[in-house]
Design a protein around this ligand. Sequence first.
Ligand SMILES: Cc1ncc(COP(=O)(O)O)c(C=O)c1O
Length: 362
Amino acid sequence: MTMERIYNFNPGPAALPLVVLEEIRENFLNFKGSGMSIAEISHRSQEFDDVINDAVARAKRLLNIGDNFQVLFIQGGASMQFCMIPMNFLSAGKSADYVDTGTWSTKAIKEAEIQGKSIDVVASSADKNYAYIPKNIPFNAAADFVHLTSNNTIKGTQWSEFPDTGSVPIICDMSSDILSRPLDAAKFGLIYAGAQKNAGPAGVCLVIVRNDMLDRVPDSVPTMLKYTTYSAKNSLYNTPPCFAVYTVQLVLKWLEETVGGLEKMALLNQKKAHLLYNLLDTGSFYRATVEPDSRSLMNVTFRLPSEDLEQLFIRQALENGLGGLKGHRSVGGCRASLYNAVSLDAVEVLTEFMATFEKKNG
Ligand SMILES: Cc1ncc(COP(=O)(O)O)c(C=O)c1O
């Protein structure tokens, strides 16, 4: 069995910090002297209580959120949040504002519409194939909430700053950029993120909810779809995805203790993305697909002169130990996902490979 690992640019599930994987391996057969693995112990045990409480405390410290927020762990992925949000927070006779910045926002909108809820799509970048983040949006001051997708994993755009929505809380899908930069929580009523990009493995969604939002949850919502079910029981109403929560805890520990917090993480993420965008902007062989002021630091999307060259590029990259560079099947092209666990070293190797590939094929 080879122990060789590749440079992993997958969009999600995605690269995890090597030290986290090593710690999992080291403790796997006997977690904290229990004689059992984390996948075998009770979610009601002291050991697991310590795991979930530590994960919550670390998430709060890293994201600088106070006791007016709760950190929850919910199954069903970010896609389940698309349906839970209108169910819990959009009251009869009121409406919510949604901004459509591509695939995932579009799906969030659809889930609200399926429920017959009143929503307004107050801005969309569909006119340019979602290659930018809309500006000067006419938000409704009476809306129940504004829904945004902070980073558009497929289209490669990201909000560099969040808009002013007055007293209307922003509900934000941060699946693909949570923990990649510091957070100013004041604008948000709820933040959610499927863990499988920047926070851990698939199977759990991190939800950060402001306490006053919980007062809105109607009794009529089914138990497992109510945020209050999770907030009342520290996400332990039923069996949580213990292994996924444990891995999230280790990723948060890595961010705090090894990386040194989100400001340092953000600087490193900027450096990685700039390295790659600089190469894309030099010459005409590679072409970034997104307008410069809307570019994602997490998912860098680009094209080559032809689809044949793109296929050759993806194949030869993999032969050189660089994986996960294929664009999403709905858009084609190439995409390098540069999440937290992707090192600067990995991006340097990628850009060197890209320069050589251009020399040979340009
Ligand atoms: C921004 C964003 N939102 C939502 C999702 C859907 O997440 P899940 O598969 O956890 O439902 C994804 C998945 O890639 C995503 O990138």
